[in-house]
Design a protein around this ligand. Structure first.
Ligand SMILES: [Zn+2]
Length: 194
């Protein structure tokens, strides 16, 4: 006699599609994977590289935080104009660095890019329309790395943005003194390194 739990497991195995011999199983969503990593209290205030607002100079972007935002409350969702006005707007690196991820995450980030800036600091840009840089590419503090899109788990175009220290999303800070507002939204604009 098969116990119910084993019977259920057997059904799940039976329903799982057989993978071709050479296929690798799909990785778990990178967004979901990182949601479990929480910042240490010191992470928010540590010296970090000078990180610019990730857009062209002269544009005012609304950056929103919200409770339940994945993978972290400290993530920001950026919009420009209204409706789908921001679709295709250039996205720029917040600082010089090296591209460590340029990939597609169907269940979360869609097209996303992660850039390492040294000392455990990274920035991540998600839901992009396209990815203009590849892993190991060097970027400057104003390289256009892609365009605002609506890929992945979204209801409309926007840029999902994270400042990361040692794997944890931390409260965002722009330039030398502009801390992001939590809870948002607030308005942000790049004023240097255009
Ligand atoms: Zn988001």
């Amino acid at each position: 006699m098969i116990r119910p739990a084993l019977a259920a497991a057997a059904v799940l195995v039976a329903l799982a599609p057989a993978l071709p011999a050479n296929a690798e199983p799909a990785p778990q969503s990178y967004m979901a994977e990182r949601a479990a990593i929480q910042p240490k209290s010191a992470d928010a205030v540590l010296a970090r590289p000078l990180l610019r607002v990730p857009f062209s100079c002269g544009e005012n972007w609304s950056g929103a935080s919200r409770s339940g935002h994945s993978p972290s409350y400290y993530s920001l969702d950026f919009n420009w104009g209204s409706g789908r006005d921001d679709l295709g707007k250039p996205v720029k690196s917040s600082a010089a660095g090296t591209v460590v991820r340029s990939a597609y995450d169907a269940g979360g980030y869609g097209n996303y890019i992660e850039i390492a800036h040294g000392d455990g600091w990274r920035t991540l840009y998600a839901h992009l329309q396209n990815r203009a840089v590849a892993v190991n590419d060097r970027v400057t503090n104003s390289t256009q790395i892609g365009r605002v899109g609506d890929t992945g788990n979204v209801t409309g175009p926007h840029l999902h943005y994270e400042q990361i220290h040692n794997g944890a999303v931390v409260a965002a800070k722009f330039g030398t003194s502009t801390w992001a507002t939590y809870p948002g939204p607030d308005t942000y604009a790049r004023i240097r390194d255009c």
